[in-house]
Design a protein. Structure first.
Length: 38
């Protein structure tokens, strides 16, 4: 199984894209009035 290792700006932008995708999916289901605890 091959793995791709990203560093610096590439890694940060890929991580941000993943987090943004997750946040967009969750905000639709939770709505604006729900407090999230992280």
């Amino acid at each position: 199984m091959a793995k791709e290792v990203a560093y610096s700006l590439d890694a940060r932008s890929a991580l941000k894209a993943g987090v943004d995708k997750l946040a967009n999916a969750v905000k639709v289901t939770l709505g604006p009035k729900v407090e999230m605890w992280l």
